[in-house]
Structures are given as structure tokens and as C-alpha cells.
Ligand binder design. Structure first.
Ligand SMILES: Cc1cc2nc3c(=O)[nH]c(=O)nc-3n(C[C@H](O)[C@H](O)[C@H](O)COP(=O)(O)OP(=O)(O)OC[C@H]3O[C@@H](n4cnc5c(N)ncnc54)[C@H](O)[C@@H]3O)c2cc1C
Length: 526
């Protein structure tokens, strides 16, 4: 997967695309995989990098959603559990089995939550993930040595899927490319073109690297732009109603000493009625809670300080080692594209996570809502609709049993930092064997080696330092100061591979430092 080759494919294409997708997050990439795998001539255009939006900022869970069960949304949980199992089956190199402990602090919590979790087990069937069980106070302490033991009365262990969202996005892009899909990052759709009958028949897109404009024709256009869906709907019909309710969720990242045994904590009901997750991820710990409504979507949302303070305070109630602002290695926020409810439900807890496919009078298909976990089903529903709208040749969806690019079930995701490359890991090692300096370590802590940067440039369409350190590896999300420290070395390697000038390095470092501010809670720590 190489941007120049993709661009050539776009330029040399004669004729009309079958399906053109706007947006390269979980939703758009899933649609690209589905459409290309069904044999349709598929083009995806992303204005920034793949998964730059919400799809790199999730809680990293592939789950039915215990909290949606609490809300009684059985059909959503059933659908998501089925999809969770398919993701584990089709991408064992990207999704792992994560154990969660629910600590109980009152006698009735144990039976109450265990019943709920048993229903969750039952609904998920027996594919892939182990069963839940009640555990004693001592077992809770063994699994979570840092848990607050005062008034602790046992707990429950249950299991769900966990993944690296941005790495999954790259693997989906590669899967679509394997089926001849053409995918371009840094290609922004600016206008929807219509024919004489006001039916949408193409787009004007701008290559943000060269500023060149492209007029592209397609039988079907799909708007998969997440929280930006309303802006594309307005390109189609300036008078259309707004469809999206934006909600912002914030996560902080802490050192692994806060949760040393690789067990996650799930608190289903904090004192103010929220859910709290503390989850081991890439040798660090992610902590986050439920989201709050916001008005305006941004591609790089800034965290709200009061949310960070709330997470720190709430986590501190359950941990013996109380996290403070100085412990926050990184902080990131994401925006959820919820389907705007009718009436005036303001709390995001109340708004459904179900997805919705909307077809405008011009034939523009918009898909909103949903979750990472259900990306495949969302894609299936959308492409089924696209076949009708574009009068495409009927062809069944094959993604239910389609291995995701790099499929390899023999890798240890918890211990092996290169497991995320799946079957391509060996190619990366071969690169290091070719040239000894490619094995040089750039960061012990993240970890990162020179070969990974070279690989990302040539095979994963990394164009900037941010692409590399935020999404090809997850440094910016894991430890912002360490990422800033190694950025000059990463820039140097990328510049050599991309044939860029010293001026490019200078500009890139400036841009990266500006972006990094959004992830930095405590400035000038080092
Ligand atoms: C805080 C938080 C935690 C979450 N945790 C989980 C979880 O643990 N598990 C789970 O299953 N789900 C989770 N979700 C939900 C999940 O992350 C989202 O549903 C999913 O990522 C949305 O993907 P998307 O592709 O629709 O949107 P995005 O990822 O935002 O992608 C939309 C893309 O469209 C691009 N775009 C916009 N306009 C244009 C244009 N004009 N031209 C070209 N491109 C354009 C944007 O740049 C963007 O990359 C979470 C969500 C949030 C907010």
C-alpha cells in the first residue's frame, strides 16, 4: 500500500467507479473492504490520514457493551457480540482476549452484577472468549494488587475483546487494497457533483499534498465521515436537517504500575452514575469514563480539563496508588457520531449506539452512528443499499469469514510489540537483516525501531511524523513527551525514505509539536 501507486491508479482510471467512499475511519474502511471484496470498483478518499478522526481515539474495546445491557438495549448488545466474535475470528493478530475485574464494594453488588454478566456470556455464545466467574476478595487483590481494599467484597471476572484501533484501520485499508480497492489519504472531498436530474454522480476532491483537484465520477457516493457527516450532507443539500449529535469522550494514559497484572478494571456505576474503565494497553494503562455532549466537531479535539480531573479523582477512589496530573503520560479525546435523537435527549448515555443508513433524494448514502465493534455489519448494510441505489450487480457480502490482512493466529499480542504486523512481521525482520542499522532502537519505551518507520513509509502510507507516531505506532497516545523526544529521529528517517528536504523536517517538527499540545497535560515535564 503505497500513496504514489494509489494516486497513479486514480489518475489512470478510465470510466466510472462503482462505489466512492468519503472518509477513512472505521466506517469508510469497512465499507471499502466489503465493496472491494464483492468485486466492485471501489475508491476511498480521506481528507487527513486513515483513522485520524474518532477511529484512533476509542477505548480500544471490541465488545457487546456491558453498559448497553444495563440500558436494556438487547438487540445492540446481541449484534455487537456477534461482531466481536467475528473480529476475533478474522483478525487474531489484532484483537486479544482481555480479562476485566468488576470489584464489589457491597454484598448485593456481587450477585447483581454476576447475573448481568452471565446474561452477557449467554448472549455471546461460546465463540472465542472465556466465561465470567465470581471471585473472592483475595483473588481480586491478586489480579489487581493496586485495588482499594477498604470494604472490598469480592468481585467478578469477565472477558471482552481489546484491540489497537488505528492498526486495525491500516489492516482494513490493506485488506481493501488486496481486492484492488484504491484508497487515498490527504484527499479531501470538497463538492458533490450532480447530473441534470439532480442525482449525485461524482465529487471534486483536492489532493492536499499537491493542491491538485480531481473530478471523479462514481455510480454511488457514500458519506462515511463520522462526526463530519452533516458537512457532507450539506454539500448534497444545503437545506438538509442536521443528523449528528456529537459527544466527547476523554481518556488519560498512565504508567503500567497503576495496573501491573494486565487485568483491567470496570466500575459499572461510580458514585455519580458513570462507568469507569482502566485497561492495560501497549504496556501502559488507559483510563476513561462515559462521554459528554459537545456542540462543534473538530478533527483534533482538545481535552476538557474538568473531565481529566474527574477521571483522576474517580480512578483514585478505586486505586491505592492515586494518580495525579503529573502521572498522565498522555491524554486524548474522541468524538462520537451519535444519531441525533428525536425529542430532546441531552445525555449521551440515553442516545442509541445503533447505526443508521440514510439515502438522500440525490442518491447520496450516509451512514452514521454505530461503533468500531460493529463496523463490518455497518459496511454490509451500507453496501447492500449501494447495490440498490447504483443498480450494481447483486453480489453477496463475504466479510463474515474474510481474514483481515496479516491474519496470523500464532502471535502473542500481549508480549510481542511486532504482533500487530501479523503475517508481515517476518518481512519487517527481513528488512532488519538486510541492513543492520534498520534494527536500531529509536525508543525503548514505546517501543520503536528504525525498520518500523521505513515499513510505514513504504507499505502503510505514512506521510507525516504524526501519521507515524500517532497511528502507525501509538506513541503520541501512549507518551507524548517520549514522542516529542524521538520526533527528530523519526523525521530524519522519513525524510530520507520520502526524499524530502531539511526544510520538510523543520516544518514537520513544528506541526508535530503543535499537534502534541493536544495530548499534553503537563507541559515541559522533561
Ligand atoms: C471516546 C470514544 C470511545 C469509544 N470507544 C469505543 C470502543 O471501545 N469500542 C467500540 O466499538 N467503539 C468505540 N467508540 C466508537 C467508535 O470509535 C466510532 O463509532 C468509530 O470510530 C466511528 O468511525 P467513523 O469512521 O464513522 O468516524 P471517523 O473515525 O471520525 O472517520 C471519519 C473520517 O472522515 C474524514 N472526513 C471528514 N470529512 C471529509 C471530507 N470532506 N473528505 C474526506 N474525508 C473526510 C475524517 O477526516 C475522518 O477520518 C468510541 C467512540 C468514542 C468517541
Amino acid at each position: 500500500m503505497n500513496r504514489n501507486a494509489m494516486l497513479q491508479n486514480l489518475q489512470s482510471n478510465n470510466g466510472i467507479w462503482d462505489i466512492l467512499i468519503i472518509g477513512g475511519g472505521a466506517t469508510g474502511l469497512g465499507i471499502a473492504v466489503d465493496a472491494a471484496a464483492r468485486g466492485f470498483k471501489t475508491l476511498l478518499l480521506e481528507q487527513h490520514d486513515f483513522a485520524k478522526g474518532t477511529s484512533s481515539r476509542s477505548t480500544k474495546l471490541i465488545h457487546g457493551g456491558v453498559r448497553y445491557l444495563q440500558q436494556g438495549d438487547i438487540s445492540l448488545v446481541m449484534e455487537a457480540l456477534k461482531e466481536r466474535n467475528l473480529m476475533i475470528q478474522n483478525a487474531p493478530h489484532l484483537v486479544l482476549n482481555q480479562a476485566f475485574v468488576i470489584p464489589n464494594y457491597s454484598w448485593w453488588d456481587g450477585p447483581f452484577y454476576h447475573l448481568g454478566i452471565k446474561i452477557y456470556d449467554f448472549m455471546s455464545g461460546n465463540l472465542g472468549i472465556a466465561s465470567s466467574k465470581r471471585i473472592s476478595t483475595q483473588e481480586v487483590i491478586n489480579y489487581i494488587p493496586t485495588i482499594d481494599q477498604k470494604a472490598l467484597k469480592g468481585g467478578i471476572v469477565y472477558f471482552d475483546g481489546q484491540f489497537d484501533d488505528a492498526r486495525m484501520a491500516i489492516s482494513l485499508a490493506k485488506t481493501a487494497a488486496q481486492f484492488n480497492g484504491v484508497l487515498l489519504n490527504y484527499m479531501r472531498v470538497e463538492k458533490i457533483i450532480k447530473n441534470r436530474n439532480s442525482i449525485s454522480e461524482g465529487v471534486i476532491a483536492s489532493d492536499l499534498e499537491t493542491k491538485e483537484k480531481y473530478q471523479i465520477q462514481s455510480k454511488v457516493i457514500i458519506n462515511a465521515t463520522g462526526v463530519f457527516a452533516d458537512s457532507v450532507i450539506k454539500m448534497d443539500d444545503p437545506d438538509a436537517d442536521e443528523m449528528i449529535q456529537h459527544s466527547q469522550g476523554t481518556h488519560i494514559v498512565l504508567d503500567s504500575s497503576f495496573l501491573p497484572n494486565k487485568y483491567a478494571i470496570m466500575v459499572p456505576h461510580t458514585k455519580d452514575g458513570r462507568i469507569l474503565f482502566a485497561i492495560p494497553w501497549h504496556n501502559k494503562v488507559i483510563v476513561g469514563t462515559t462521554e459528554t455532549v459537545i456542540e462543534k466537531p473538530l478533527l483534533e479535539p482538545h481535552f476538557q480539563l474538568h473531565e481529566v480531573e474527574f477521571i483522576l479523582k474517580t480512578a483514585g477512589k478505586y486505586l491505592t496508588k492515586k494518580p495525579t496530573k503529573k502521572d498522565v503520560l498522555s491524554v486524548f479525546s474522541g468524538l462520537r457520531p451519535l444519531v441525533k435523537p428525536e425529542g430532546n435527549k441531552r445525555s449521551t448515555k440515553e442516545i442509541s449506539r445503533h447505526h443508521k443508513v440514510i439515502i438522500s433524494t440525490s442518491g447520496l448514502i450516509t451512514v452514521i452512528g454505530g461503533k468500531w465493534t460493529t463496523y463490518r455489519k455497518m459496511a454490509e448494510d451500507t453496501v447492500d443499499n449501494a447495490i440498490q441505489v447504483g443498480r450494481l450487480k447483486a453480489s453477496p457480502c463475504i466479510t463474515g469469514n474474510l481474514p483481515i490482512f496479516g491474519y496470523d493466529k500464532n502471535l502473542n499480542l500481549k508480549e510481542d510489540p511486532l504482533a500487530m504486523y501479523g503475517a508481515e512481521k517476518q518481512k519487517l525482520l527481513n528488512l532488519e537483516a538486510e541492513n543492520q542499522s534498520y534494527g536500531d532502537v529509536i525508543s525503548e519505551d514505546l517501543p520503536l525501531r528504525v525498520s518500523q518507520v521505513i515499513w510505514a513509509v513504504h507499505h502503510e502510507m505514512a506521510r507525516t511524523i504524526e501519521d507515524m507516531l500517532a497511528r502507525r505506532v501509538r506513541g503520541l497516545f501512549l507518551d507524548v513527551n517520549e514522542s516529542l523526544r524521538i520526533a527528530p529521529k523519526v523525521a530524519q528517517v522519513m525524510a530520507k525514505e520520502l526524499h524530502k528536504s531539511p526544510n520538510w523536517i523543520k516544518n514537520q517538527l513544528k506541526e508535530f509539536r503543535t499537534t502534541a499540545r493536544h495530548y499534553q497535560l503537563v507541559y515541559n515535564k522533561t
